[in-house]
Write a protein that binds this ligand. Structure first.
Ligand SMILES: Nc1ncnc2c1ncn2[C@@H]1O[C@H](COP(=O)(O)OP(=O)(O)OP(=O)(O)O)[C@@H](O)[C@H]1O
Length: 309
């Protein structure tokens, strides 16, 4: 069964298409990663799923309920964590969760135990009496996840829950997501931190300019590069000129520069690859390394998104 079904979803701001015919089915009980560059439409898609924004075309159902026709049922079925955390002056962690439990009409006598369970789930039991505004960013993010769970929703929609977190806080966040999966929740999680998503997601969806450009397991998305290989070129000097030169060459899907070396998404065959190396050397660059980079999710992302537009 699909927990979420998105069909031909379109959202237009003025003349700008934030989503243009986006399709995605999310299987119940799975963790889905939604990846895309800034402005791809991730937040827009998640806001529509959360019934906070109306689509301009297409249909979305969550837990079998239509977001336009049955928004109250959708809201009961989802926990939505936006990409910002509000200000809660003078509220302790426990009070914060009890407040939301009351908002969801959880009976008063059940709230203390529920709050304790949720704080334990997100590993914040020790912070129960701390003021929310004094918690670290990572702790606030985990508290926000606990808040999403007060009404025991089947589907969690988490918009960039790991943004701005240090590696340790990200690891703790990942552990909470794993725990949600063990609880058989369906999770949709957006992020720019690609390798991290690869570890915790059953499925990766890449969104670019409001369209789905890749969807499947990490392996499938990596393989869907359709003959696009990632090459690393390390040169002694004149890297900016090399990047300009590469942009002009055939079979180049995308070029990306790091200090000292270039990364190329290359669609040509081995002979074309050999010619490219020769042309670089004939252009006067001293090449220290010219090699294919083993595919990973980040490379797939660079290659796939480079093909659009
Ligand atoms: N309220 C709005 N009014 C006008 N344009 C908007 C509005 N919200 C989003 N957009 C535009 O819609 C497009 C998609 O934005 P969205 O925030 O959904 O992308 P995103 O993938 O979440 O980006 P980011 O990773 O930067 O958060 C962008 O071009 C953005 O400028």
């Amino acid at each position: 069964m699909n927990a979420v079904e998105i069909n031909n979803l379109t959202k237009i701001y003025g003349t700008n298409y934030a989503l243009r015919g986006f399709n995605l089915d999310i299987e119940a009980g799975k963790v889905y990663g939604l990846i895309g560059p800034n402005g791809a439409g991730k937040t827009t898609a998640m806001s529509i799923m959360a019934t906070l924004l109306a689509p301009d075309g297409g249909a979305v159902s969550v837990a079998g309920f239509d977001v336009l026709k049955e928004p109250a049922s959708v809201r009961r079925a989802i926990g939505y964590m936006p990409d910002f955390f509000g200000v809660y002056d003078g509220l302790k962690a426990t009070e914060y969760l009890e407040f939301y439990a009351a908002a969801y009409r959880i009976p008063a006598k059940q709230r203390p135990q529920l709050t304790r369970d949720l704080l334990e789930l997100v590993n914040l039991s020790e912070k129960a009496d701390c003021y929310v505004d004094l918690l670290s960013r990572g702790m606030k993010q985990r508290l926000a996840m606990a808040r999403c769970l007060v009404h025991d929703p089947a589907v969690l929609i988490l918009d960039e829950p790991a943004s701005g977190l240090d590696p340790r806080a990200r690891a703790e966040m990942k552990e909470v997501v794993r725990q949600l999966k063990r609880m058989n929740k369906t999770v949709l999680i957006s992020s720019h931190i690609l390798p991290e998503l690869a570890e915790m997601c059953d499925n990766i969806t890449i969104l670019e300019q409001g369209r789905l450009v890749a969807n499947g397991t990490v392996e499938e998305v990596t393989a869907s590069r359709q003959g696009v290989r990632v090459l690393k070129v390390d040169v002694t000097d004149r890297l900016p000129e090399l990047l300009d030169f590469l942009h002009e060459q055939p079979n180049i899907v995308n070029v990306d520069g790091d200090p000292g070396w270039a990364r190329i998404s290359f669609a040509g065959d081995k002979a074309a690859q050999g010619k490219l190396l020769r042309d670089i050397m004939e252009g006067g660059w001293t090449v220290l390394e010219f090699a294919e980079v083993k595919g990973n999710l980040e490379d797939a992302f660079m290659a796939v998104t480079g093909e659009v537009g």
